[in-house]
Design a protein around this ligand. Structure first.
Ligand code: 2IT
Length: 446
């Protein structure tokens, strides 16, 4: 007789065979849950796995807007409202030409368990568009955001679904989206997070994902008696997540030596610190999406078309996008003595790369735990909005730090309880799952 987990994985593979990324994320989560569903038959009885892999609702819509030349443009917009068992749907919006339902379903699925791990009351969702922000003028971005929100507004709300940023959606886009929502609904509410500091945003939200990843990595290193001091660190990407991580790692005495972009990677053996970290913000604001600009400005090595994983480092933190680190990269990192790999992007390591790290005793921090600091701080923004108060940077940062320590402990404990001590992949999936699954059972068949 086949196992309940295998049955559900094969039915997802059959039904959604073209949704490659979604299938990958389902396999990753469900394979961790074997011991959980074996121990308690109630999950099978309530068909929790069959239910949890189906979004509660998926909205897809047309987005029409006019470019600066006056030409009409058509894009596709989506919101996947995946699971609301423990709170309103919550998760980012991604604007990138690669966006499709497979990618948004994988991100929304991950978000369910990640949000559960934060300990805050947030369900899972994700959305976005195949709009390409690269090379667009400010007015084009504004018109696109307004057109996108003109449909999305009827599906979201501060107690229903609270979107935020992701790749291609930062403070500027959240501003335009919020402005349009407010105009249409005539309410000033916390319907989006990542807002500007003068209109309901939270201090530390921009830094939160990178700071959170670093706090999580620090806890991982501690279990082997190590810390960031003097460690060489490879980051990929150069956006918001890599920026926050570079700031905090440098503060803790680590040396960040790489960044990457769609064009290649840079290697800066002196360390990316001070004005060089500030320059990451400039590169991002330029909208050029080229990390070569860093190499030109600071006269360091640029490798076109390559990823940074060939550089010998103690800690590797992929901060760019899904599947940016594969088995060959994992082998190269292990050969060069990497001690700790932490996923700051969502699902940046392929399944075989993750297995290789675990098999080779590398400390491995999975995204849904390690990068939960971003959405956790979104949760703190929602709390502040509800209270109509704002906390100081110190207060938000301390809460974020506490949450990341708790997540690490929760993952360690779940991994141990279910027979795979030290395996944070299993720990994160199990701890995230149990809260949501039990809430679904409590709330009946809906
Ligand atoms: O992947 C993520 O956790 C995010 N893009 C942040 C989501 C949020 O609602 O802050």
């Amino acid at each position: 007789m086949s196992h309940y987990v295998d049955e559900v994985i094969s039915s997802v593979k059959e039904r959604y065979y073209w949704e490659k990324e979604f299938i990958q994320s389902v396999e990753e989560v469900l394979n961790s849950l074997r011991a959980v569903v074996d121990k308690d038959p109630k999950y099978k009885k309530h068909k929790i796995l069959e239910r949890i892999v189906e979004p509660e609702r998926t909205v897809s819509f047309r987005v029409c807007w006019q470019d600066d030349k006056g030409e009409f443009q058509v894009n596709r917009g989506y919101r996947v409202q995946f699971n609301s068992a423990i709170g309103p749907y919550k998760g980012g919006l991604r604007f990138h030409p690669s966006v499709n339902l497979s990618i948004l379903k994988f991100l929304g699925f991950e978000q369910i368990f990640k949000n559960s791990l934060t300990t805050l009351p947030m369900g899972g969702g994700k959305g976005g568009s195949d709009f390409d922000p690269r090379g667009k003028s400010d007015s084009e971005v504004m018109r696109f955001c307004q057109a996108f929100m003109s449909e999305l507004f009827r599906h979201i709300g501060p107690d229903t679904d609270v979107p935020a940023g992701d790749i291609g959606v930062g403070g500027r886009e959240i501003g335009y989206l919020f402005g349009q929502y407010k105009k249409l609904v005539n309410e000033f509410t916390g319907v989006l997070t990542g807002k500007g500091i003068n209109w309901g945003g939270s201090l530390i939200r921009p830094e939160a994902t990178g700071f959170g990843v670093t706090y999580f990595a620090e806890e991982m290193l501690k279990t082997k008696g190590m810390d960031f001091n003097g460690k060489k660190v490879a980051l990929s990407g150069f956006g918001n997540v890599a920026w926050g991580a570079a700031l905090k790692i440098t503060e803790l005495g680590g040396k960040v030596v790489t960044l990457s972009g769609p064009d290649g990677f840079i290697y800066d053996p002196d360390g990316i610190k001070g004005e060089k970290i500030d320059y990451m913000l400039e590169m991002r604001a330029s909208g050029r999406d080229k990390v070569q600009d860093y190499a030109d400005k600071f006269k360091v090595k640029f490798e076109a078309g390559k990823r940074p994983w060939s550089i010998p480092v103690d800690v590797a933190i992929p901060c760019a996008t899904q599947n940016e680190l594969d088995l060959n990269d994992a082998k190269e990192l292990v050969k060069n003595g990497v001690k700790c790999v932490v996923e700051a992007a969502n699902m940046p390591c392929t399944l075989d790369a993750v297995k290789y790290f675990l098999d080779n005793n590398v400390l491995f921090g999975p995204a849904k735990a390690a990068n939960a600091g971003g959405v956790a701080t979104s949760g703190l923004e929602m709390s502040q909005n509800s209270m109509r108060l704002s906390w100081s940077s110190k207060e938000v940062d301390e809460r974020l730090h506490g949450i990341m320590i708790n997540i690490h402990n929760a993952c360690q404990n779940a991994a141990k309880e279910f027979g795979t001590p030290g395996n944070l992949v299993n720990g994160a999936n199990i701890a995230g799952f149990l809260k949501v699954a039990n809430a679904m059972i409590d709330q009946g068949l809906v």
